[in-house]
Design a protein around this ligand. Structure first.
Ligand code: FES
Length: 109
């Protein structure tokens, strides 16, 4: 039986999603219907910058756009980070797509 993927907990919305090694944390969140801020998705613009509350990640690129000091302070770029263990992040702008209102369009005849 294959080992289960690490869990990604997204605060403050308290959503828990699977974060397999094949996906970045941003991709894992999006695949589960959680929208996180992002732009370049290659670790340079810092639009996705958020807090790593706990857990362990590795970066897909050698020089992500966070300094060593920022990493020590708990800042993380989820667009290029992969969970290597269960991870909790804090992103106040996270949106659970399940919470968005549904608008039904009137049929046109
Ligand atoms: S989206 Fe640009 S650094 Fe993450």
């Amino acid at each position: 039986m294959p080992a289960s993927a690490p869990q990604l907990t997204i605060l403050p919305i308290a959503r828990v999603v699977e974060a397999p090694e094949a996906l970045t944390l941003l991709q894992a969140a999006l695949a589960a219907g959680v929208v996180l801020p992002s732009s370049c998705r290659n670790g340079t613009c810092r639009a996705c910058l958020c807090r790593l509350v706990n857990g362990d990640v590795r970066y897909r690129i050698e020089w992500p756009g966070v300094t060593a000091e920022e990493r020590r302070e708990g800042w993380l770029l989820p667009c290029v980070a992969v969970a290597v263990a269960d991870v909790t992040i804090e992103q106040p702008e996270a949106i659970d797509a399940c919470d968005l209102p549904v608008r039904l369009a009137r049929p046109r005849f």
